[in-house]
Write a protein that binds this ligand. Structure first.
Ligand code: ADP
Ligand code: 5GP
Length: 203
């Protein structure tokens, strides 16, 4: 049997939902999985490192990369550009590693169109008031930006039904374990094992 390609997993949901926190926990426990490092025109937050958290680009360079077809998807979110570089993702998928894209919903919808085999997971905290608390508690955005992100969250929620799974982030460890469960279950799905079914009687 030939080696299966990796699974492309999109993790999105409102800013402050806990995507980053869950993915970090998941990746610590699943060393074969790869987190795509996005490019952005947003300025680095204290402690963020170029090439580790994001590739921090000037707008001109970002647009050049769009024109060169260097992104799987890109989107504008709260006045900054964000995009998923193509090369690393396709290489990792080909070599059988699962790839996680931690991206917002416009980008997720572009991935769904271009890669119908991708699994889409929508992360939410237990309630809107908890979302506000977490976004405020993170302390990385000004009150004005927090309001913008909360407003964007209301629109993002209207797209949730287009996803395959909802992941409620009540407790980080539990949510990360459920993400692991989603990926394991997807790999056993009939639609992902058609080749096996076809070849079964020939061997
Ligand atoms: P996102 O990546 O979706 O923007 P983060 O992962 O940065 O969100 O999480 C937002 C804030 O909420 C962070 O300060 C993080 O430590 C906190 N947080 C995340 N998950 C939980 C949780 N299950 N319980 C309590 N706090 C959480
Ligand atoms: P932040 O500024 O908080 O790091 O990210 C803002 C939003 O952009 C988050 O929802 C994050 O998931 C999303 N994002 C990060 N990288 C990408 C990307 O490559 N493409 C898209 N479409 N969104 C991204």
């Amino acid at each position: 049997m030939k080696k299966a390609k990796g699974l492309l997993v999109v993790v999105s949901g409102p800013s402050g939902a806990g995507k980053g926190t869950i993915c970090k926990d998941f990746l610590e426990k699943n060393k074969e999985a790869f987190l795509s490092i996005s490019a952005t025109t947003r300025k680095p937050r204290p402690g963020e490192v170029h090439g580790t958290h994001y590739y921090f680009l000037e707008e001109d360079n970002f647009k050049q990369m769009i024109n060169e077809g260097g992104f799987i998807e890109w989107a504008q979110f709260c006045e900054n550009y964000y995009g998923t570089p193509k090369k690393a993702v396709t290489e990792k998928l080909e070599s059988g590693n699962d790839v996680i894209l931690e991206i917002e919903v416009q980008g997720a919808m572009k991935v769904k169109e271009a890669f119908p085999e991708a699994v889409l997971v929508f992360v939410l905290p237990p309630s809107m008031s908890v979302l506000r608390e977490r976004l405020t508690g993170r302390g990385t955005e000004t009150p004005e930006v927090i309001e913008k992100r909360l407003n964007t969250a209301l629109w993002e929620l209207t797209i949730a039904e287009k996803y395959d799974y909802i992941l409620i982030n009540d407790d980080v460890t539990a949510a990360s374990k459920r993400l692991e469960g989603i990926i394991k279950a997807e790999k056993q799905s009939v639609k992902r094992n058609n080749e096996f079914l076809k070849e079964f009687t020939q061997n």
